[in-house]
Design a protein around this ligand. Sequence first.
Ligand SMILES: [Zn+2]
Length: 343
Amino acid sequence: MGGFFFGVRSIPKARAKTRAWTRAAAGGIIRPAMPAPAFLRDMSFKYGELTPVAPGLRRMVLPNPGPFTHYGTGVYVVGEGHVAVIDPGPDAPAFTHGLRAALAGETVEAILVTHTHRDHSPGAAVLKRETGAPTYGFGPHGSGPRQTASLWPDQTSDAAGQVEEGADSDFTPDRALRDGDTVTGTGWALTAVHTPGHTSNHLCYAEPNSGALFTGDHVMGWSTTVVSPPDGDMTDYMASLQKLIERDDTIFYPTHGPPITEPKQFTTDLLAHRRGREAQIVDCLRSGRNDIDSIVGEIYVDVPHNLHQAAARSVLSHLAKLVQDRRVSPAADGDGDRFFALS
Ligand SMILES: [Zn+2]
């Protein structure tokens, strides 16, 4: 029940209703202050240069900046002499050749992928061709479990591609990892931490000796993470934030942006931010703003308009969680326009 109402077709209508949003905002309900983490956006790097960031850890930032990649993809190289590469980046052989050249004389023993978005995983095939190293990841795009899966009738929707880097449907790891699996090489080891939510197949990788956690797009310092159904799932995402809060990693290395040096506090703040958004959405429903467009207009009033489509996906994922929690019910009026009501 409810699957039909979660079809994604009506989302683009958001743009047409700007004026209504503004009015709603002007006459608006009083919003509680939104908790927000202290975002970290500055980082020093030179594109295409493999630079030490900690003992036994180097990073190369690729020149693919964009609204969803910040400065670009940060490729991590773990170990020295015999190394693991985490997220080789997009399908851009020049980038991969640059990485290969920077690693001249060293042996790539493993290629690990956090998740199947085009700014993370396609370079794995190129690097594998050049090095023969096996690839690791959870599985192909869409292969992870999703708590709200039953709400989505159309699992193949590519609408998410409009608000984030698109899916890489070509990647299949040579070796599939599950939560807790450890990949070991010569002088390095990385343990998979399954963190579904941004995508269902998202893995973080923990380096047990240093306390580092490579967080992919699950937790980023520079921005909140896009959680866009159907593969993105807010129930899973918030549970995966809680999972990291309960760990004792000492530093996070996200794919985009600088390291996060107070990971427990930062992740706690991120989860509070999501809970705050959820509370705002419930407040909107209570005050009669019961469709995605008017909710976005109300609670993202300070967010630039070009990000409202991504905001609409985020609201949709929160609503799906609330439906899953049985706090909200989806419905439609006579024209088939979707709205939501408190249960
Ligand atoms: Zn991603």
